[in-house]
Design a protein around this ligand. Sequence first.
Ligand code: E4P
Length: 217
Amino acid sequence: MKFFADTAEISEIRELAAEGLLDGVTTNPSLVHKSGRNFLEVVKEIAGVVSGPVSAEVVALDYDGMMREAEVLRKIAGNIAIKVPLTPAGLKACKALTGDGTMVNVTLCFSAAQALLAAKAGATFISPFVGRHDDVGFDGMALIADIRLIYDNYDFPTQILVASVRHPMHVVEAAKIGADVMTAPPKIIHQLFKHPLTDAGIASFLKDWEATGQKIL
Ligand code: E4P
């Protein structure tokens, strides 16, 4: 499973990259707003740190506007994935952009039917939002399982990018289902390290080591 960081904070991205935990980055207009940075500048900086896909989202809602914005975004670097919403215009842009060799991440997916449409439009990534789906009383992970089944039935190459990840169990469940990618805030990626028995084991080994009076260096 590939790990993408869902952030526009460059320091967090650098840290994850140094830890070897980063296969790509996703951004959205809300994350850019939170960063307080210029969109084009921050995307360029991120694409310079990460060699994997960096998703940059269009904000136009019509096909021509999306294509004009995508033209600006894809010129930033060779690893930009254009993020388009799951609408008729978004999927039309997806078809045109992927046909031209550009990666496309179709975002705001909340149903298996939508995911099927995105695959037929040639999406590189489909982003089902599991956390937001759970928030309104649906089962985000059941959606991931349904999409996995449908894509496998027809050998669709579209990668399932689990988005709106809220906690480590979302990551584990998505991996068990066989999702290709998950994107999560860096804080959640770091929570994957946590286990109280690991902390307790380190403390007890250190206590016993000190009691030996020995040193390695
Ligand atoms: C990523 O591509 C999505 O924009 C993001 O995961 C949404 O997460 P949120 O529901 O926590 O805003």
